[in-house]
Design a protein around this ligand. Sequence first.
Ligand code: HEC
Length: 150
Amino acid sequence: MNNNAIVFSTIILLVIATAACDPPQTEGGDKTSQQQAAEVDEDGPAGIDDGGITSVSDDPGLIEEGEGLFASQGCVGCHAMDRDSAGPSLGGVTERRSTPWLAKMIMNPHEMVAQDPQAAAMSENFPAPMLENNLTPEQTKAIIAYLGAQ
Ligand code: HEC
């Protein structure tokens, strides 16, 4: 055999060996998404303050207060419940996100976009970032109660 023939048959052998060792496509895909899910913390980075808010209240008084804050704090200027506008649609957001994640996002949006992979990915769809609000944890809890009622 000349050199070309050796190189050629080595390549053929490698191709056969690689094909034989490859796991089926779907199995490989599942594994990858499971690994990614494990790496992303659904509550957001531990170092960002969540105001101690762990659950969505269904207290009617708090929901009403949240509705007022949603308007008076300017959220309504960038967020609708049924479509994206300057910010993402917030309909059903309390089911898509964990409560501590939402509290962090509402109280510390810039830190979240800088440090949380999900917030960072979302911000790529919007030309301008969310504004900081200086909301207290009590106000944030009321706004989350309102969002939970949508
Ligand atoms: C200037 C426009 C603007 C204002 C005002 C604003 N937001 Fe946002 N909001 C955004 C944008 C843009 C994002 C996407 C993240 C980013 O790019 O900063 C976002 C993201 C969010 C998210 C995450 C949504 C999801 O799908 O996970 C929540 C919750 C939220 N905002 C709530 C609020 C609340 C509550 C207020 C009022 C206190 C508010 N926002 C005020 C623009 C705004």
